[in-house]
Design a protein around this ligand. Structure first.
Ligand code: FE
Length: 178
């Protein structure tokens, strides 16, 4: 029974990943929708403040954190840690603690992954083209350590029209600071 459920979730996940991408590309082709998209700017830099070797990252991160953050993996949808979480706080990078997203911009996208319509500020993340897996997507990485977080699509809600689709494993939710 468990195996069947896992197979179902995986199939759904693969389908959603493909359809998300197709939808995003279509919208991109149709219109230049992202008018206020401060974070879609692609600051080209590989000179991240935090530089570590693969061996160092491997030592510090769990197996799944390493696979997602450092090898651009994707976790399973729906069954991940923060998908349904509505708690207030700041989501920081699980690799380096850099502040990435506020719970204020988290919304229920139905995608199966935690979704935000904006990063916490313009220095939080960096985006860059990702043409892997036969898709044209925009990758989201931590601006401080360069770790892979997820992807951003142009089918989000107002005011940005963006959907930052982020792996729970890449995030740590910290209570709001006062
Ligand atoms: Fe980081």
């Amino acid at each position: 029974m468990m195996k069947l459920r896992n197979f179902f979730v995986f199939t759904l996940w693969a389908f959603i990943a493909m359809s998300c991408s197709a939808q995003s590309k279509m919208e991109h082709d149709q219109t230049n929708h992202n008018k206020n998209n401060m974070a879609m700017t692609n600051k080209k830099t590989q000179n991240f403040e935090i530089q570590k070797t693969d061996a160092e990252w491997k030592k510090e991160l769990t197996e799944s954190e390493y696979r997602i953050l450092r090898e651009k993996g994707t976790e399973m949808p729906y069954v991940n840690k923060y998908y349904k979480v509505d708690k207030e706080g700041v989501y920081v990078c699980a690799a380096c603690g850099h502040k990435l997203f506020s719970s204020d911009t988290k919304y229920h996208s139905g995608s199966g992954w935690p979704s935000f319509y904006a990063p916490i500020d313009s220095n939080a993340i960096i985006t860059r083209p990702d043409n892997s897996m036969f898709m044209h997507r925009t990758e989201v990485v931590c601006a401080k350590c360069g770790s892979h977080l997820g992807h951003v699509f142009e089918d989000g809600p107002e005011p940005t029209g963006l959907r930052y689709c982020i792996n729970s494993v890449a995030l740590d939710l910290k209570p709001e600071e006062n």
